[in-house]
Write a protein that binds this ligand. Structure first.
Ligand code: GLC
Length: 473
């Protein structure tokens, strides 16, 4: 059956909704490990708690600082160029799908371009699909011929990726899909114990290769655990092997266990305080290359999302879906370069921040570190002639925040350090003498130092506000 654009999109949205549900269920079992006081985190694990919890703060320190990573979805589906679920969405039989393996001929060292772009974009780590649901392995494995060195590419693409990321000083992450649409036991393993045994051995074997042959790996990013449970995958044993081979690695929660961090997908939702989390998101609506998907996000949306993640103490893993030859779609390059330019002068308002309670307003996002907060003004104020006619509103741009609790001590434009005059009373904090044009794009960041932790409390202000009589005179 032919699928038109709309039905394809709604189908994919449903798939997304289903995996989000599965995720919520996995997260519900998660132990909020960082809710545990630091002393207790150093101690030996309590019964039932994963043995990795004790080393978690040390293993995750770099990741918390990194804040921003690049996700890369690349595989045989890129050859079709219609989303990484094409095999299922379009019902492509395995023998026909396998033919794509010979057509997959990436240019040499494509990963160098990705890594250089990630670096320019201000991303600190990269996570590449080593095997997606389609089952094709990008590395030199002894366990299947369905792998890059023995098919079209004729070489180890994981090796190229690892070398490229390291050459740019970026941390290295491997995405690995447990679900496998290609392996003969990939579905029947749910009901046939002999098949499950073979498939779990195969899976653990592949992961062992990835954890053994490429030096130090920083992140293992499991995906979709269908059709088995954590017990069926032997996920405890899987993670144990991973940590034996890579003692400093961090792992996510998609093999049915808590892992080190939660993985909200295509939405920004902070986990409970103390639990690490990372939002993964596409730059258009597809993970894998989709030549027809033109729903590109703007740099403004991306820097707003980065601020929202930082505000919640989380990371942002932003995806590119390279073309079959490894080239990055030009729209992705444009957006990521704009974000990188902005981070060059505004990075402090993202990388150096911590979780905060400051909720975004209509026109701005807020991030915080200690007693300092950052106004990420997305929509710059300007002339409002009718309001100015009242005499109260001045013919200048004013950024005002009602309900700011502590006393502001200093305000400056983060990009230049130029100080900004302000007034403050019990109701409002007003930055004045601002230029009429936004000083920076896609958002202007103003750093405000306070004499206590910044809190914006509209409700308290509402109660204190002097009110006047209501009536008709
Ligand atoms: C979902 C999709 C998959 C994508 C992943 C990224 O699980 O099935 O295609 O790789 O999300 O988080």
């Amino acid at each position: 059956m032919e699928m038109n654009e709309n039905s394809r999109r709604s189908f994919l949205k449903q798939i997304g909704a289903a995996s989000a549900l599965a995720l919520t269920a996995a997260n519900a079992e998660a132990l909020p490990s960082s809710a545990i006081p630091p002393q207790a985190q150093q101690a030996s694990p309590a019964p039932g708690q994963s043995s990795q919890a004790a080393t978690r703060p040390a293993r995750m320190a770099w990741w918390h600082q990194a804040k921003f990573g690049m996700f890369i979805h690349w595989g045989l589906y890129s050859v079709i160029g219609q989303h990484e679920w094409a095999k299922e969405v379009e019902g492509i039989p395995i023998p026909q799908y396998e033919l794509l393996a010979k057509q997959f001929n990436p240019k040499p060292n494509a990963a160098r371009e990705w890594a250089r772009l990630a670096k320019r974009a201000g991303q600190k780590y990269m996570v590449m699909t080593t095997k997606h649901h389609e089952g094709f392995c990008h590395w030199d494995t002894t366990l299947t011929d369905y792998c890059a060195p023995k098919q079209g590419p004729g070489r180890d693409l994981v090796r190229e990726f690892v070398d490229a990321a390291r050459a740019e000083g970026l941390r290295v992450g491997f995405y690995y899909s447990l679900m496998d649409w290609h392996h003969p036991d990939g579905a029947i393993c749910k009901t046939d114990e002999a098949a499950r045994r073979r498939f779990v051995d195969y899976t653990h074997g592949l992961i062992r290769e990835l954890m053994t042959n490429y030096g130090k790996i920083d992140v293992l990013w499991y995906d979709v655990s269908w059709p088995l449970t954590a017990a069926g995958w032997e996920s405890e044993r899987m993670n144990q092997m991973v940590f034996e081979l890579q003692p400093d690695i961090i792992v996510n929660n998609r093999n049915g266990l808590e892992g080190d961090f939660a993985t909200p997908e295509q939405r920004i939702q902070a986990a409970d305080a103390g639990r690490a989390w990372e939002t993964c998101m596409t730059l258009n609506d597809s993970w894998g290359f989709n030549r027809f998907d033109d729903a590109w996000k703007t740099p403004k949306t991306i820097v707003g999302n980065l601020a929202t993640c930082a505000r919640g103490g989380g990371n942002y893993l932003l995806n590119i879906g390279p073309e079959p030859d490894g080239s990055i779609p030009k729209e992705s390059v444009t957006v990521l370069e704009a974000v990188g330019r902005w981070l060059e002068t505004n990075g402090k308002a993202i990388y150096e921040t911590e979780r905060s309670s400051l909720e975004a307003s209509v026109n701005a996002y807020y991030t915080r570190r200690g007693n300092t907060f950052y106004i990420h003004q997305q929509f710059w104020p300007g002339h409002t002639p009718a309001a100015e006619a009242t005499g109260f509103f001045k013919p200048e741009a004013v950024i005002a925040i009602g309900g700011l609790k502590p006393k502001a001590l200093a305000a400056r434009l983060l990009k230049t350090g130029q100080s900004i005059p302000f007034t403050q009373d019990e109701f409002t904090f007003r930055l004045t003498e601002l230029p009429l044009e936004a000083p920076d794009q896609p958002a202007t960041v103003i750093e405000v130092e306070c004499d206590g932790e910044p809190i914006i409390d509209h409700e308290a202000m509402r109660a204190l506000w002097p009110r006047y009589r209501v009536g008709v005179s």
